[in-house]
Structures are given as structure tokens and as C-alpha cells.
Design a protein around this ligand. Sequence first.
Ligand code: ACO
Length: 428
Amino acid sequence: MARTATLTIDGKTIELPIVVGSEGEIGIDISKLREQTGAITLDPSFGNTGACKSAITFIDGDKGILRYRGIPIEQLAEKSRFIEVAWLLIFGHLPKKDELARFSQRLTQNAPLHEAFKHHFEGFPVNAPPMAMLSAMINTLSCFHTHFLQLDDAEAFEEAAARLISKVRTIAAYSYRRSMGKPFIYPDPNLKYVANFLHMMFSEPYQQYIAPKEVEDALNLILVLHADHEQNCSTSTVRVVGSSKANMFTSCAAGVCALWGPLHGGANVAVLEMLESIYRGGLTPQQCIELAKDKNSGFKLMGFGHRVYKNFDPRAKILKESCHKVLNKLGVNDPLLDIAMKLEELALKDQYFVDRKLYPNVDFYSGIIMKAIGIPVNMFTVMFSIGRMPGWIAHWKEQHDDATARISRPRQIYTGPTITDYVPMDQR
Ligand code: ACO
């Protein structure tokens, strides 16, 4: 018999269906609640609200589990490349050889930007934040690829997805070049996704930069680990925008805007700034911990805590390990790593953090790796955006293909004035 939950409100009892996910999670379906009782649910910031059913990513925050399409993140981090993961997330299965070859070819073909599109960069001041340029330019793709605004067949969708994944990398590199006042470097069709990005970032017209394998692998790992994380703030934004049937480019540009904030993807920049401030003697690790515990300080331990993980973030575990390996291989001795480890050690034995189950999240160690491989700090959140693009596209598609999906439109409990008469100007 189907399970139900019983709710009694003002003497009236109703049965609410229980929806069970493939990993046994349960959700109470309240979609008919208002119709049946006149009441709505109130869940500010959606901590207890399932906004959709999704088959893309599974997280068990209590056990520290993350899986893309069922495959544990640890396996993907060890064995997979970013493009393979992108396909997996978007199309639901690991690509066969011919699918991967076709997708890679589409990525290569779509790496260059339209010359007229490139001129848009000149309108930005050189000190424009790369995240602002990135979201603006992704939105601008809607102007240059108008035939991909409606994506109603599989072929057009695959091409549009490849365009976006490929062009976000070129746009990201050009945003950096613009911010440095450097000439744009054309993509090299002979290079793979990550190597090509690093070439567009760091080559000069007179000298090509070919990234060492360790650098390429480290960035590949970062992109794989960031590729999806179910209904986080930016992905939910993409879904909300997409629910109005807005096109995929524009919906993903909105995702970049949501990601920028320091409580979300912007935390990777904030972590590095925090570590650097400790290094410069601004405050000691212990003072930093004390400040984070003081609610009046407005300061949080950046890179710590997560809405869903109440145990180790598995991505942070992988990155911490990889951080040591990458720094060793590159012969980099970064005192910020020692500071990060000291902070982690202090926090993990401090009652405040223990009681609240606050652990390092994905942003805690990623910045140290990115710094070691030469990514400038103002590009950290841009790297996150490149990584998250397949996830955003997968969620946009899942919703687009769902014939039952409706426009996202939450309700509210109104707390403003009750009916009030208009007062003419001379009587106010
Ligand atoms: N430092 C100090 N205290 C914290 C921190 C932190 N980093 N994170 C949470 N807390 C406290 C909260 O103030 C709250 O305290 P209270 O119970 O005494 O009021 C308690 O821990 C529980 O917080 P949550 O409800 O679990 O936090 P929420 O889900 O609202 O926020 C968030 C999650 C935004 C990630 C938060 O932990 C935070 O601001 N962390 C720092 C920023 C950061 O690293 N963001 C990146 C997240 S991962 C990502 O988006 C890629």
C-alpha cells in the first residue's frame, strides 16, 4: 500500500502521499496542500524543501556520499576526464567511444568565438571582475546562436550543450586576458579541453604555453569535482530561470551570477584571502576561529560548513589529498597549506564546530591547488563556473524534458500592512 503522511489542520485531516527516492529518501508531496486546506508550507531558504525529482546526482550529507548518475565521486576523480563526466551528467550514461569522439569534436569546433562577439570584451573596463564578464558574455551567446534558443531535438541540444561547454572556457580565458590587458589567444584544435584552456590563459602570441601533465591533471580533477551538486543555489537558479522556458544560455548565465556570492562559489576566493590575511599576520589561526564563533563579528570560517554535508564533504577529502601531491610534484612549498591544515585541526576539535557539524567544504583546499598551478585568485570562481556548467546544462535539460514541469513560483506569508487608504500628498 502506498505510504502517506497524515496532517491535521483546524480539525480537518488529510492524507499526503509519500514519495520515495531510489536511495530510500522520503519526501511528503504537498502539491495539493493549499487546494485541500488553504495552507501553504513555510521553509525560508528551502532547507526542507524538495523542489523537483532528479536522477542526476545523489548526495547523502550525513554519510559524506556524492555520486554522479550513481557513480561514486571517488571513482570519477581517480579515473575520469572532465568531458566524459560532462557527458555522463547530461546524457545519463558514460559515453561510448563514438559518443565521446563526437562530443570532443564538437567541443573543438566550437572553441573559437565569433569575431564580433569578441569585440564585446572591449566594452568592459580592464578591472572588471571576471565573473561579471563571464555571466554577461554567456548571456550574449543568446544573441549569436539564435537558432539554438529553441532546443526541441536531440541533435540541436547536443550541439548547443557542446557550444556552451566549449565557449565558456574560451570566454573565461578571454575575460582573464582582458583583465590583464593582454591579447586574446586563439584556441588550439590540437589540445584537449583543459590543456586548451591553459593555453588560452597563459600562451603569448610569440610563445605557446603547454601545461605540464601534473597541472593539467590537477585542473581536470577540480573540474570533475565541481561538475554537479544537485539542487545547490546556482543550479536551483538555473532551474528557476529555465522553468519560465528561458533558453539554456540565459539560464546558465543566471547560474554564474548565483555562484559568484561568497557563501557559494565565491567562497574559494574568500578562503584564500582569509589564509593570506593570517599569513600576513592580520590574525592568528586561533583568533580566526574565535572570530568565526562570535556571531557579532559577521565573520565566518570560509570554506567551512555546508547546507547538506553534516559530515566530511567528500570533495574536500579528495582535494586535501591531491593538494599535497600537486604541491610536491610541482615543488611548491606554500605556507598557506600549513595554515589551512592548522585551521582545520583547530576547528575540528573546537566544540562550536563539532556541535554544528561544520567540516571543510570543496572550497577549503581548491584555492591552494589553483594557486599552485598558476590560476590567479580572481579567476577561482570562474574555474568553478567552467566545472559546474555540465551540471547546470544537465539540470536545465532534465527540467526541459519533463512534460509535467511547471513554472517555478513560490508563495509567501504576507506580513505587511493590511488594507490601507491612499493619502493625498498634502495630508501626509
Ligand atoms: N563559520 C562559522 N559558523 C558557521 C559557519 C562557518 N563557516 N557555517 C555555519 N556556521 C554556523 C551558523 O552560523 C549556524 O550557527 P547557529 O546554529 O548558532 O545559528 C550553524 O553553524 C549552522 O549553520 P547552517 O544552518 O548549517 O548553515 P547554512 O546551511 O545556512 O549555510 C553555508 C551553509 C552558507 C555554506 C555556511 O556554512 C557558510 O557560510 N560557510 C562559509 C562560506 C562557504 O564556505 N561557502 C561555500 C559552501 S560550498 C559551495 O557552495 C560550493
